[in-house]
Design a binder for this molecule. Structure first.
Ligand code: ADP
Ligand code: MG
Length: 243
């Protein structure tokens, strides 16, 4: 395991509106150092908005966001040290797997030798050794997402956030990659914020689940707490639903 500085995040009364739409109502949340926290909720509940506020993709309408106690509410995205993995992979189609993964290192000015070492290590961690010269088109959906994950972990971000990363994959592959992501979390120990609308995925993977609905947090707790002690009818129905 690598030596890393673990990072906590705190949201204090953070809200975000788009015109008259309240995407996130005044929300407070503490993400613990090193934990695997999942934002779970139906489509439109505010999960991606919350991630974008933490990453700096959107400015908050009000409230404060702290990283290890430091106010980052208005910090530029690059300074936050947060890595993102997206459902649609967001790879650059004309670049090889190697160059896609190397990209965040190149923009940060790493040396050629450093880049080769780090990219080779990241490829190995996601089981893609030997695939470095393939372009995204020449890779399966699962392999493309592994490249997306490698590109995220390669520069050791303080926090890793994944927005429905397995949503485009079929059920068998999804279950396999859930296990791989859990192993990755255990190995690198970084704080993870994971987004899904799939309650089974959340129950399988999380240290804690933050259940969201209508732009707010409904319940925050361990998988067992949400499963056995749902706080409302919505929580009981959403967590209890089977696929
Ligand atoms: P989720 O990720 O849980 O599906 P989102 O955070 O994407 O939910 O969206 C929450 C609400 O905010 C939805 O009503 C959505 O339509 C609205 N919303 C999100 N992003 C934008 C945007 N860029 N412009 C306008 N409305 C948005
Ligand atoms: Mg979303």
């Amino acid at each position: 395991m690598r030596e890393i500085e673990l990072t906590s995040i705190e949201l204090k009364d953070v809200s975000k509106s788009f015109g008259s739409v309240f995407a996130l109502r005044s929300t407070s949340l503490s993400v613990r150092k090193g934990e695997f926290l999942t934002l779970l909720g139906p489509s439109g509940s505010g999960k991606s908005t919350l991630l974008n506020l933490i990453s700096g993709g959107y400015p908050a309408s009000s409230g404060r966001i702290l990283l290890n106690g430091k106010d980052i509410t208005n910090a530029p995205p690059r300074q936050r040290g947060i890595g993102m993995v997206f459902q649609n992979y967001a790879l650059m189609p004309h670049m090889t797997a190697f160059d896609n993964i190397a990209y965040p290192l190149r923009v940060r000015g790493y040396s050629k030798d450093d880049i080769r070492t780090k990219v080779t290590d990241a490829l190995a961690r996601v089981g893609l050794t030997g695939f470095e010269n393939r372009k995204p088109k020449q890779l399966s959906g699962g392999q493309q997402q592994r490249v997306g994950i490698a590109r995220c972990i390669v520069y050791s971000p303080a926090i890793i956030m994944m927005d429905e990363p397995l949503g485009a994959l079929d059920k068998n592959l999804r279950e396999q990659m859930q296990d791989e992501i859990k192993i990755l979390h255990r190995e690198i120990g970084t704080t993870f914020i994971y987004v899904t609308h799939d309650q089974e995925e959340a129950l399988n993977m999380s240290d804690r689940i933050c259940l969201m609905n209508n732009g707010g947090i409904v319940q925050l707790g361990t998988p067992d707490e949400l499963y056995f002690q749902p706080i409302s009818r919505f929580a009981a129905q959403f967590i209890g639903e089977s696929n």
